[in-house]
Write a protein that binds this ligand. Structure first.
Ligand code: NAP
Length: 254
């Protein structure tokens, strides 16, 4: 069993889906959690779930596209819990589902701002705090299988998620000797509100087609992602940095 006792974790996009599940799992494994989100109600609900299970957590309203807000998020971890050991940079949106020429450039930019610039802003704030500690820290960035292959109608999302992998590798190189490990995960399609809002799980025919792109012919569960994130954060992954871990039911094997 992976133990993260006495650690402090920041999770962006903690108010829903994969972020909520991972925040709860950090709490179950003994870490204090700072959950950040633009969704105040969702974020507060995550915090109360962690507390009800006996863990410690704080919510901070933070939009990852604003570097001042990601700085403030890390400041809450330091002020409330004294340190920052783990960060799961997960906040993201699906964005438009249209071919490039039919995509509004402003909508495209918004997807890149949240899904890619948001990860840069988060790491920009987290790295100083982790480098200042003798024990270092661990960052996991949430990419996607669509960070490794294309997907028709999702150019902004695909470009941003590919970018997250480049950022992750560069951060790992810059931090090889600072004691901070930085990795990414590439989930396959996971059953969360994001897929429902994107019309994937709300339409049985679309759901079937998407399931069929996975060798295991099903969607993933958020808990199948959170267990990979906490493993990457643990000492069991002490020689893993700059890596992308696909947790995708075989999506990328085809
Ligand atoms: P989700 O259930 O929609 O959760 C995402 C959370 O992030 C929501 O609470 C959302 O708030 C929040 N958020 C959006 N913009 C934000 C911002 N600017 N700053 C801070 N928080 C923000 O989605 P999910 O499926 O768990 O996705 C989480 C991450 O996993 C995303 O990066 C996504 O790309 C990635 N991922 C998901 C899948 C999948 O199939 N579900 C697969 C691969 C990768 P609002 O609801 O108010 O927007």
């Amino acid at each position: 069993m992976v133990e993260l006792s006495n650690g402090v974790a920041v999770v962006t996009g903690a108010g829903s889906g994969i972020g909520r599940q991972t925040a709860e799992e950090f709490g179950e494994r003994g870490a204090a959690v700072v959950g950040a989100d633009v969704d105040v109600e969702g974020g507060e609900e995550t915090v109360s779930r962690i507390e009800s299970a006996g863990g410690e957590a704080r919510f901070v309203e933070a939009d990852v596209t604003d570097p001042e807000q990601t700085e403030a998020m890390v400041a809450v971890a330091l002020e409330e819990f004294g340190r920052l050991d783990f960060a799961f940079n997960n906040a993201g949106i699906g964005g438009p589902q249209t071919p490039i020429q039919e995509t509004d450039p402003e909508d495209w930019q918004t997807v890149v701002d949240i899904n890619l610039v948001g990860v840069f802003n988060s790491m920009h704030a987290e790295l100083d705090a982790m480098q200042d500690q003798e024990e270092g820290g661990v960052i996991v960035n949430n990419s996607s299988v669509l960070g490794q292959v294309g997907f028709e109608g999702a150019s902004g999302y695909v470009a941003a998620k590919h970018g997250v992998l480049g950022l992750t590798k560069t951060a790992a190189l810059e931090n090889g000797e600072t004691g901070v490990r930085i990795n990414a995960i590439s989930p396959g399609f996971i059953d969360t509100p994001l897929l429902e809002e994107g019309g994937i799980t709300s339409d049985p025919a679309v759901r079937d087609a998407i399931e069929g792109r996975h060798a295991m012919n099903r969607l993933g569960d958020p808990a199948e992602i959170s267990s990979a994130v906490v493993w990457l954060c643990s000492d069991e992954a002490s020689f893993v940095t700059g890596e992308t871990l696909a947790v995708d039911g075989g999506y990328l094997s085809q």
